[in-house]
Design a protein around this ligand. Structure first.
Ligand SMILES: Nc1nc2c(ncn2[C@@H]2O[C@H](COP(=O)(O)OP(=O)(O)OP(=O)(O)O)[C@@H](O)[C@H]2O)c(=O)[nH]1
Ligand SMILES: [Mg+2]
Length: 261
């Protein structure tokens, strides 16, 4: 239990210090409580001072791309991959799913999966609050909280359109852009924006017609393009290796365990 004052507008410094201490010993309820406070009360950012985290000990991976491309399915597979290494993983789902594609909200998808009962996985949906910049701040703060609580990898799912793609680039150490065959015009549009900032590009739904064409096309634009079939897990290990390679290349000091896998 923590002693935070239940009054919604009180962020007493002693309560914040206590809450931060609970976060640092890995108390999941304290993690949730503090992230909620950070989302709603700017004053709660004082708690970050007690956490003493910088995101340098953690891998921050952005998974972004057009609605329905398979971001959540990929994130779910990556969570499995990192859990098999014994790494604690946080997942922040920044945007709600598009009603058009029928893709499940990430949290829902993972909650239905094997990770639901896994205490080494923390899953959270982040609300956009309808203004630029605020999303990145709250998501960055949440990542800091997770790092303080001992999570070694955080996966952030966002829909890569508009301002979000800029936000994610500023926050994530490695940005993975997910496309799927058949998106056509959307892929063309992405070339002008997201693909230019992505470190790893994934053509997911590699089982569908058009995947090879998309791969050839994208390889003219991007240095690192991989094919995955997230539904079956094909290509996920290679994706994890490409992420680790990128982290190494930029000298991120994340845990040795999550590296080289
Ligand atoms: N054929 C095929 N379908 C896939 C694959 N990966 C995911 N899907 C399906 O594509 C749909 C969308 O997958 P999601 O993982 O929800 O995609 P998303 O990008 O997270 O979607 P939004 O959050 O709505 O933007 C689901 O029905 C998945 O089962 C794949 O490799 N092949
Ligand atoms: Mg999704």
């Amino acid at each position: 239990m923590n002693s935070l004052n239940p009054h919604p507008f009180m962020c007493d410094i002693h309560d914040l210090a206590t809450l931060a201490e609970e976060v640092r010993v890995g108390d999941v309820r304290a993690v949730s409580r503090l992230i909620s406070l950070l989302e709603n009360h700017p004053g709660a950012r004082e708690a970050l001072r007690f956490l003493n985290t910088t995101l340098r000990k953690m891998m921050v991976i952005g998974v972004t791309g057009y609605p329905g491309a398979g971001k959540s399915t990929i994130v779910d597979r990556l969570v499995s991959f990192y859990r098999r290494q014994g790494v604690k993983v946080g997942v922040l789902a920044v945007d709600i799913s598009s009603p058009v594609t029928g893709g499940a909200l990430l949290g829902d998808r993972i909650r239905m999966s094997e990770h639901a009962m896994d205490f080494g996985v923390y899953i959270r949906s982040m609300a956009t609050r309808g203004h630029h910049g605020g999303l990145a701040r709250a998501t960055g703060d949440a990542a800091l909280v997770l790092e303080a609580a001992g999570y070694e990898v955080v996966l952030i799912e966002t829909i890569g359109v508009g301002q979000n793609e800029i936000d994610i680039v500023n926050l994530a150490h490695t940005v993975v852009a997910v496309v799927a065959p058949g998106l056509g015009d959307e892929v063309q549009a992405m070339k002008a924006g997201l693909l230019e900032v992505a470190h790893v590009v994934v053509v997911n739904k590699g089982d569908l017609t058009g995947a090879n064409h998309a791969l050839r096309d994208l390889r003219e634009w991007c240095p690192k393009v991989l094919r995955t079939v997230a539904m079956t897990g094909e290509g996920i290990q290679e994706l994890a290796a490409a992420i680790a390679e990128h982290q190494r290349s930029r000298g991120v000091r994340h845990v040795e365990k999550a590296r080289n896998r």
